[in-house]
Design a binder for this molecule. Sequence first.
Ligand SMILES: [Mn+2]
Length: 356
Amino acid sequence: MALRGSLARLLRAQPDAALRPRRGAHSVALVGAPLSRGQKRRGVDHGPATLRAAGLVERLAGLGCQVHDFGDLNFTQVPNDELYNNLILYPRSVGLASQMLADVVSRAVAAGHRCVTLGGDHSLALGSISGHTRQCPHLGVIWVDAHADINTPLTTQSGSLHGQPLSFLLRELQNKVPQLPGFSWLKPCLSASDIVYIGLRDVDPAEYYILKNFDIQYFSMRDIDRLGIQKVMERTFEQLMGRRQRPIHLSFDIDAFDPSLAPATGTPVLGGLTYREGMYITEEIHNTGMLSAVDMVEVNPLLGASQEAVKATAHLAVDVIATCFGQTREGAHIAFDELPTPSSPDESDSEEQVRI
Ligand SMILES: [Mn+2]
């Protein structure tokens, strides 16, 4: 087929102008972690498939990221995984799955990828944060969630481990946390000053005690109402990066959003983040240039009231991840060097022909 004039030039120019990855494009590893034993509802193990079906890989590739999809980890349930202390559910299964995930995240970060873990329930942060700290011992954690997820096995009411991961990771709490079967590999790797919470609005009494007594920085929904999301992010980075730059681990529970936006999740709480607050949080994290790993957890496609509700939740989660890797609300996602110029009348009348 022969094309003439400006169209041919535009087509020839396109690979350069439109498809070139943005400078400093990220290499992103995707790891599916279909962990569901940290809580009681069915379906959260379909989270990774739901996020992929919502176009996650294509969106990241469209931003110029090199995407390496490692597929889903194969978590088998450990047989005879009895309750610990007559209360804690599936300790061996959660422990083993987190151990596997820790190894994979550690290897992905060591290979130079930013590692995105697709949950699965929030107990997977035991693994993703443990693995990440093996490579980046001084990282800071931004935990975006309606809940604090810092009950100990001795304070939890539900027995579900997705409400407890931070108690195992925090050095200051180690004399308050019993050794669970399946957890012998786990070493506390965070200090209280390494964590900032955003979005809290359902905090248990023992969790509140921990936040206050160990001086953990948190911004509840009330704080966001009071300060505005811009001040909240300023103070977040002041806390984590005030003295020195450090890698960031973002652990994002989709239930941080208002249930009107993210209905397909196990423990929704009214009065959550708006879409704009969620995007601002992740835009600012991207702008630090220090984001090193992300968890996206608790998307449960069996809990939406309709297909639309599930789709809305999944697309929101994909927007969060894409924004972490450079999607902006201003546009200009990809470098664009030069606008095409209309041909002069002389040129378009010429006999120039190009074969493509
Ligand atoms: Mn959570």
